[in-house]
Design a binder for this molecule. Sequence first.
Ligand SMILES: [Cu+2]
Length: 182
Amino acid sequence: MSSRIVLLTVFSVVLRQIGKLRASSALCAAAAALILLAMLPAQAHDFKAGSLHLDHPWARPTPAGAKVGAGYVSIRNTGKVADRLVAASTDVAGKTEIHEVAVDAQGVMRMRALAKGLPIPAGATVALKPSAYHLMFMDLKRPLKVGDTFSGVLAFERGGKVKVEFVVEATSSAGPAHGSKH
Ligand SMILES: [Cu+2]
């Protein structure tokens, strides 16, 4: 779920509460504070470089001893020229690959590295998300714990290198198991 959706959800819940309770000014102030709080991380967690907008880079937590992890980010190309994510690196992994998830001839979901990178068409948004395109952190140097942040660099063919900050978040949806099919 994107931070914008979370923000909108918080916003609508707050508005509904205000409506129900016929808010006092104190309640309004509390609601405004809540909205501001909700907005801060969302605004700080959006990276722009030229016509590329990188929204909410995040990673799944990993169990102790795990050697691989997965990261996600939504990439929007507001320009008129296609670009391509060609490489990525982070300070928590020895190596970071760009993976896709595809179903093989036996009907088994498998991940594979995109040797030529991930195309980001002009005007399009390409979402790296669980069970789809993702960044694969290989040779993890430490476990990723919920609430942790770590820095990374995404390299684009045209847009160059973009620094981002990943946030480790738990998710309810079960993605592909990492580590066994590589
Ligand atoms: Cu993978």
